[in-house]
Design a protein around this ligand. Structure first.
Ligand code: GLU
Length: 441
């Protein structure tokens, strides 16, 4: 069974970038009829907060991503400890005592000689006595995972194709700090094995981690999952922007963006499939294919999102939005106003105009014309298409046409020079209100 996981660290709110990763994980699992898990990566107790965990859950729920289960790394320390002991006994994990300053110096020396700054494994060559001496000095070790220089570091990435790394060019990664706290690499692999993760979908900033993790899976006696590393998102200006990293769900929710618009854009951005104005994610799920994901960074453009949102709003059924509309606004009202909206929230503004009152604009030269219109509005049949009846009669009576015929009416009836189709709006305004407005009352 395909099982994916979205694994945010609750050190902040979700932003567009990790939301996109969440969406892809969710879609991939749903497409296969599999499972989508939320894994809270809260090994860093200091930087994680319960408030952020709650916000992550809420944000995912708002966008419609319901995990089949939730796991927390902070509840799994005992499991990590036992694997740590096994790997240590097997010689795959070793203690190292260098201070950050010493490591920095080593790096600088290598770089100065034009060599890759790979850790020299000096700690592996320490004798028992040397180690004891360091500990007696009060030094506490951090822990490194010993890469197997003879074993492959390769996988066939669902986005990037075949990947291959040379273990000799990579430092044995630090997996645990002096204070016993965990770095991300090993717990993630232990969880992926334990939770039966079949497909790891994440940003391409994790590619080198994957190279190392492929060996960790092997060291723990497990088959690595499939990997898909997606190209990163950039802002519209083409750079990785700070703004993008800070754009959270709140910003979109407050801006009237529909959850499905965000899904529709993020699902397809950077793929060779077009962004489509869908009202439900199902068609996107059915066609999802990592082979269609591009290698170049994808541009996230808020303007594109706003445009997509409007196209989606224009298709939403009354029942899908009724609870967000003014109480008195019914099906006909929604149908009349919907084509003019960028967001569902704007419907209330148009509805306020239908219901009035509003400050009527000064009619100017059109006083006489509007008086005629008011008189005719009193005579016409309101049951069928009053706008057609009114404008038809006015045209005949006054000889006006085009803008001169319509615009003064629109202004008097709505207070504005633009807006929804008057043929749809006038029946909603109704006879009584219309006559009053045309009379300037
Ligand atoms: N907590 C990690 C992150 O947010 C998870 C990476 C992964 O998906 O393995 O980058």
């Amino acid at each position: 069974m395909v099982t994916t996981r979205f694994a945010p660290s609750p050190t902040g709110r979700l932003h567009v970038g990790n939301l996109r990763t969440a969406i892809h994980n969710w879609m991939w699992a749903r497409k296969a009829g599999g499972r989508f898990l939320l894994r809270i990566d809260d090994t860093d107790a200091e930087r994680s907060s319960e408030e952020n965990v709650e916000a992550i859950r809420e944000d995912l729920a708002w966008i419609g991503l319901v995990p089949d289960a939730e796991e927390r790394q902070s509840a799994r320390f005992a499991i990590y400890e036992s694997h740590f002991e096994t790997l240590r006994a097997a010689g795959r994990i070793y203690p190292a005592y260098e201070t950050p300053q010493e490591l920095d110096l080593k790096r600088k020396i290598l770089l100065g000689r034009g060599l890759p700054p790979v850790y020299d494994r000096a700690a592996l060559n320490l004798s028992e006595a040397e180690r004891a001496a360091l500990e007696a000095e009060g030094r506490r070790p951090h822990w490194r995972f010993r890469l197997d220089h003879d074993a492959p570091m390769e996988w066939d990435d669902m986005v990037r194709g075949p990947q291959r790394f040379d273990p000799e060019k990579i430092s044995d990664p630090v997996i645990r700090r002096e204070d016993g706290s965990w770095l991300y690499l090993l717990p993630s692999v232990i969880d992926d094995i334990d939770l039966g993760i079949t497909d790891v979908v994440r940003g391409e900033d994790h590619v080198t981690n994957t190279a190392v993790q492929v060996q960790m899976f092997a060291a723990l006696g497990a088959q690595p999952p499939r990997f898909a590393h997606e190209a990163l998102l950039t802002g519209a200006e083409g750079k990785l922007s700070k703004r993008l990293g800070s754009l959270g769900i709140d910003h979109f929710r407050e801006g009237g963006i529909e959850p499905v618009a965000l899904v529709a854009l993020l699902a397809r951005l950077g793929t060779s499939d077009p962004v489509e104005a869908v009202t439900r994610p199902q068609p996107l799920i059915e066609t999802m294919d990592f082979a269609r994901f591009g290698r170049a960074p994808a541009r996230f453009d808020e303007g594109e999102l706003a445009g997509l949102n409007a196209r989606i709003v224009h298709q939403l059924d009354y029942d899908a939005v009724a609870d967000r509309l003014p109480d008195t606004m019914e099906r006909e009202g929604w149908a009349a106003i919907r084509p003019n909206l960028s967001t569902v929230g704007e419907a209330a503004n148009w509805w306020a105009i239908v219901e009035g009152p509003f400050d009527a604009p000064v009619p100017g030269d059109d006083v006489e014309y509007l008086a005629q219109a008011a008189a005719l509005a009193d005579e016409i049949d309101w049951r069928d298409d009053p706008w057609r009846a009114l404008t038809g009669a006015l045209k005949e009576r006054t000889g006006r046409k085009g803008k001169a015929l319509f615009l003064p009416l629109r202004r008097a009836l709505t207070g504005l020079g633009h807006g929804p189709d008057m043929a749809a709006l006038l029946p909603l305004i109704g006879r009584e209100r219309a006559i009053k407005r045309l009379r300037g009352q």
